[in-house]
Design a protein around this ligand. Structure first.
Ligand SMILES: [Zn+2]
Length: 124
């Protein structure tokens, strides 16, 4: 049961309570039992929706912690192909011509989509 269904059940329960509060005449036992049964059912739905929402929030909190931990220990660049922050250096080697000046061929690959590219990087 999702949150919207829980809110609908809560609204129905409140409507039943309002109807009970507005009754001027004496209710028969049958009518009263019917209203109480309806109220009980609606409140049970509210409880189920809140329980499901609690589990969903706990799963999302766990996922956020996992993502934050992964982000802090693996600060990869944004992949130019897919955009995932998993674009990392695979190899570095002196550039054949500019290596004597400190130039390096740096090859990066994306752990998500497999895209890779090699760039010349020079010391700043
Ligand atoms: Zn990628």
């Amino acid at each position: 049961m999702d949150i919207a269904a829980g809110l609908s059940a809560a609204t129905a329960a409140l409507t039943t309570v309002k109807q009970l509060a507005e009754i001027d005449k004496a209710l028969s036992i049958g009518e009263l039992k019917l209203k109480v049964a309806s109220l009980y059912s609606d409140l049970a739905d509210v409880r189920m929706a809140l329980s499901d929402a609690k589990e969903a929030l706990a799963e999302k909190d766990k996922r956020i912690v996992e993502l934050e931990a992964g982000k802090s220990k693996a600060p990869g660049k944004s992949c130019p192909s897919c955009g995932v922050l998993d674009y990392r250096i695979v190899t570095t080697a002196p550039h054949p011509e500019f290596g004597v000046l400190g130039g390096k061929n740096v090859t990066r690959a994306c752990g998500s989509c497999g895209f890779s590219d090699t760039d010349l990087e020079v010391p700043k």
